[in-house]
Design a binder for this molecule. Structure first.
Ligand SMILES: *Cc1c(COP(=O)(O)O)cnc(C)c1O
Length: 391
């Protein structure tokens, strides 16, 4: 039998061992973790809607109408009118023809990629794409070509040398770096080379674009430019689940073929009702988005003054690049001792030698919370050899 014990031991020695903390109470910046109060800068609840009273009230009111469990898959008897209404709401919200509701973003990516590409086809995937995209590529049994991060020129070279059905897939906002994909250029090369473009906007949806319609809307890109949009509902939307939106025929195709849609129990329908309520909030949350942007701008300015290595991101994902796994862990731990929670992100989530502290902001943070983070980072700077960090 394989030696699991020594594998675990090796992970510990290389600073790659992972543990879980126990949260109690709702998700919010003031978090109770293992019984201790911490100010958290690491959730994806970008607008502070995971515990918003209007969403909680919508959920409470829905339960007598819908009951609790999904009880069946969508193709048997689980497709509730609440799910259907959410799909219509998501299609309208994203200004696209049709939408399909999935139970998680992980499952949406697995299902979409493996349904839209198969044996004999080629999938082109950005080197820094999310793990669910990578796994979707493997599951599809297609030939997979990874292109250098954001490098549209090299992608175009690969596309021009490839025959047959081609799928290009990218994060909209990269989850561990916070930068936005070159979506306009990607749309153009995909059109020129007859490739189907899939954008996973898990971190742009609700945050970027007019009324939070996402990174495609921010650039004025429509369904014609980017046929397949994946969005998740557990981040800025603050509930749970995911969706795909695009041409009605493609959504119909996914209903027939996406195995992670077909072979799983429908989400509790009351959550779909709460998600619709949250979309109402998102649409009118320009004030929250403005506040969020001002936190990000102030943080970047202060971090530059402290000499911290930031990444080229203008989104609420603001990683501090450290490099070494143990140093990233040590800094994270020092912050925690001072009441601030920012987790260290290590390989294989990020490339080897690029461990980082992934700071994320939420509109629920106050400027005082930000001051506290900056002061604490200044306090811990001695942990970053000579005050200079990065590779
Ligand atoms: C979080 C995330 C997902 C997975 O979504 P879940 O709903 O949490 O399963 C997919 N893609 C990206 C880019 C993500 O960051």
């Amino acid at each position: 039998m394989r030696d699991f014990t020594s594998e675990l031991q090796e992970r510990k020695q290389s600073g790659l061992y992972r543990t879980r903390r126990q949260i109690s109470g709702p998700q919010q910046p003031a978090l109770t973790s293992d019984g201790k109060r911490l100010l958290s800068f690491c959730s994806n609840d970008y607008l502070g809607l995971a515990n918003h009273p209007a969403n909680l009230e919508a959920l409470r009111r829905a339960i007598p109408e819908t009951g609790l469990g999904g009880a069946s898959s969508h193709l048997i008897c689980g497709h509730h009118e609440a799910h259907h209404r959410l799909e219509q709401r998501l299609a309208a919200f994203t200004r696209r023809s049709s939408a399909l509701f999935f139970s998680t973003g992980y499952m949406a990516n697995l299902g979409v990629i493996s349904a839209l590409a198969g044996r004999g086809d080629t999938v082109f995937s950005d080197q820094l794409n999310h793990a669910s995209i990578i796994d979707g590529c493997s599951l599809s049994r297609s030939r997979v070509c990874r292109y250098a991060h954001g490098d549209v020129t090299s992608l175009e070279g690969m596309l021009s040398q490839t025959a047959g059905h081609k799928l290009v897939v990218t994060d909209g906002v990269f989850s561990m770096d916070g930068d936005v994909a070159p979506l306009r250029d990607l749309a153009k090369v995909c059109r020129d080379h007859d490739a189907l473009l899939v954008v996973d906007d898990a971190h742009g949806f609700g945050v970027l674009g007019p009324q939070g319609r996402g990174s495609l809307a921010e650039l004025g890109l429509s369904e014609k430019d980017v046929p397949v949009l994946v969005g998740t509902l557990g981040k800025a939307v603050g509930t749970s689940g995911a969706f795909v939106s695009g041409p009605a025929e493609l959504m119909d195709y996914l209903v027939q073929k996406a195995r992670t849609y077909i072979y799983t129990t429908a989400m509790p329908p009351a959550l779909a009702v709460a998600t619709c309520a949250s979309l109402d909030l998102i649409e009118s949350a320009d004030g929250l988005r403005t506040h969020l942007r001002s936190l990000v701008e102030r943080f970047r300015e202060a971090a530059r003054t402290l000499g911290l290595a930031l990444m080229p991101s203008c989104t609420p994902i603001q990683p501090i690049l450290i490099g070494d796994n143990h140093s990233a862990l040590a800094l994270s731990q020092a912050l925690e001792e001072r009441g601030i929670l920012v987790t260290a992100i290590r390989p294989p989530t990020v490339p080897a030698g690029e461990a980082r502290l992934r700071v994320t902001f939420s509109a629920a943070h106050s400027h005082k919370d930000l001051d506290c983070l900056i002061e604490t980072l200044a306090d811990c700077r001695h942990l970053l050899a000579g005050g200079s960090v990065g590779p």
